[in-house]
Design a protein. Structure first.
Length: 243
């Protein structure tokens, strides 16, 4: 799911727990992660400023995606490095991979590929949500790595998502829904039989499956973030019950 978030220990922790013991990251790894998170914070901040400036100057959201798409595509694609970072900070490659790839999917295979939907309000909705989320998230990771985490950033990291996460999911789902008629009409990214590969793929039905996948995934990830919030902000010990 594109709007999902990692917990606070992911991309930016200086220390991580492994087999019950804390293990510090090496100096080189820490320096790289600090650089990466500062760069990503700056990138999403530039994107946010560009969106605000566009709306102030034009008074409309129409054309906004086209105006900021180069910045968006660069920094969202650059986030693929977070899958590599899993080897350093020992977070789940699967979870991180799904989160990053789903964002890239929304950018390249939905918003970029189907120009007829670029002016939809839902596109602007998930762009605004992503921007606020990523500025907060990467700032959190940066200060956490520097061992100087201001409380207001930690507070924002574990409170903003309560509204932003559902709003982002709504924006993504509405955008995919808006894309369906164009995908069905053009048959884009679909493979029909007969063909030399003897394989059939219908992008239209694939998008419908993607939309339905939000039903089981969203509650699980949202509840996970709520548990992380209680643990980090209120010091609650979360006990996982065995089946």
């Amino acid at each position: 799911m594109a709007s999902s978030e990692e917990d606070g220990s992911g991309n930016g922790s200086v220390e991580e727990k492994e087999n019950g013991k804390k293990r510090s990251l090496g100096a080189l790894a820490t320096a790289w992660l600090i650089f990466y998170n500062i760069a990503m914070t700056a990138g999403w901040l530039v994107l946010g400023i560009a969106m605000a400036r566009f709306y102030i100057q034009r008074g409309t959201h129409r054309g906004l995606f086209r105006s900021v798409q180069k910045i968006l595509k660069f920094f969202q694609t650059f986030a693929l490095l977070e899958v590599v970072h899993c080897a350093v900070v020992h977070t789940s490659v699967l979870v991180t991979g799904v989160q990053v790839s789903s964002r890239i999917f929304m950018v390249w295979f939905i918003a970029h590929s189907i120009k007829q939907i670029q002016n939809e309000e839902s596109v602007i909705l998930f762009l605004v949500v992503w921007t606020v989320t990523e500025i907060t998230r990467y700032s959190f990771y940066t200060f956490n790595l520097l061992n100087h985490l201001p409380y207001f950033i930690k507070w924002a990291r574990y409170n903003f998502f309560i509204i932003l996460y559902p709003a982002g999911v709504a924006g993504e789902l509405l955008t995919i829904y808006a894309a369906l008629p164009y995908v069905k009409k053009t048959g884009m990214y679909s493979l029909r039989l007969p063909n030399k590969y003897n394989v059939s793929f219908d992008y239209y039905y694939f998008l419908i499956i993607v939309m339905f996948s939000y039903i089981p995934l969203f509650p699980q990830l949202y509840l996970h973030m709520l548990r992380q919030r209680r643990k980090v902000l209120h010091g609650e010990v979360i006990v996982e019950k065995d089946d």
